[in-house]
Design a protein around this ligand. Sequence first.
Ligand code: FES
Length: 574
Amino acid sequence: MMRSQQWFVRDDLAGFLHRSSLAATGLSRHVLDGRPVIGICNSWSDLVSCNFHLRGVTDAVRRGVARAGGIAVELSTMSLGEALMKPTTMLYRNLVAMEVEESIRAYPIDAVVLLGGCDKTMPAQLMGAAGADVPAIALPSGPADPAVFRGRELGVGTDLWSYVDELRAGRMSRSDFDELEAASVPSAGHCPELGTASTMAALTEALGMALPGSATVPATHARRHAFGEATGERAVALARNGPRPSQILTPAAFDNAITTLMAIGGSTNAVVHLLAIARRAGVELSLDRFDEIAARTPLITNLRPSGEELFVRLNAVGGIPAVLDRLSPLLDTSALTVTSASLAAGTRPAPVEDAVLSTLDEPFAPSGGIAVLRGNLAPDGALIKTSAATPELLRHRGPALVFDDHHELSHRIDDPDLDVTPDTVLVLRNAGPIGGPGMPEWGALPLPEKLLRQGVTDMVRVSDARMSGTAFGTVAVHVAPEAAAGGPLSKLRTGDPVVLDVEHRRLAVDIPDEEFLRRAPSTRQSPRPRGYLRLVNEHITQADRGCDFDFMTDGGPAPDLAPRSIPAGWHGGW
Ligand code: FES
């Protein structure tokens, strides 16, 4: 029996109340006859341009659901928009994941379509769906149309960061920068380079949770609506026969997603999201697995910020099915997907050769785009996106310049008297899951203006923050445990020699351990917050565990919330 039948197909008072409630929306009793009810989990919002068009996509999903004999109901969820939400959308990812999980579980939903796009929306929805374990299928929002500035197609973030440095270095005028602003976001859809949103869209396909080919189609393209219809149709089939997320989100699926992440040079943020989704799905996944897979996976795409092209360019060469086809020898292609068939069934050879997609034999780099670092500065790990770093800086030793928090950094970084050279290692602490709070994307610290004016384009930077998937540079992020949790960054002092050695996966301060560990941490006392921030402070896990709430992955399964029978005289007990 499908879940919704427990609400609607019954002769008691509860059945009366449930059916009459939906009658107010125009759904008559005769359609609530046991056919599948499909929830459309929609993160549409006026405040999130990346998801702004999802209302229209919802109509397409509804058509697909109706065509396959189901009933579509829309569940609007909190929407997480990178540009406007402060201090960071990451602070609210877990809140949305809880909202999605509980909404699915508490309502008469037989399968759910997840409509997300901007960085945290898709991970949050996948986490929620994994926890609810009701059949689910995702449809990413699709990349926005690229901005065109002075004849060049731009990514929203990657190119903006370059132009910001140009402005600060005095090589770009204010009026040119205003012209850039006017051109920078020409349509709805997520950032068109390989930032976190594009990365998560690609990995959702690789996990088997979205229809093959759906990640790369532009947000404004008619085919996105065609994918909406197909996704709605497929959701009805999933409601009837499964599989459920727990049958798709297996260790093999996560290995496939990590392999794809490394092969495309995707965002470091995907690491925390995959860790969190895996733990919600009951899969043990550790940072070490990312490093193992990175070592055996060549970089085969040429996408910004690691390369030159925009994510949407992949669409012309067959999208993620073509990437997975090239990666097949490294994948478990027998993994089950939302199509009820294997991953292999959804792969397709690239229809044309294009410089954006290479092969395992002739890759752009011999190993994956992200390395896991450890050492006395990061005993529980840190990440560096090697594909977006300066090769000469991947082995570096320099004196630390420590900023206690984001405010201190903002006030001091452009001070002409700042004691800094290109060899200095810029360190930001108290920017992690607790310290941020929410682990904002502050990890790609701005370079000091006086060095920019000298032509310096990159420096080694270290922090317990994250960095935007659109950012680039030699940046070690996700240092765990974070300073606010008493991690080693809290003991680092300006002038300490810091060693980055990516080949040996090392991030360390080069002073004897006994001396370093004996130091008192630099701690900050802040009052115990109220509300949601208290939940974050007391239950958020560190980056190596996905920054989820500890109580969302501990303990046994959640109880079945399907309705019980209600005696006729029990008023109000719906
Ligand atoms: Fe939403 Fe980049 S700002 S995806």
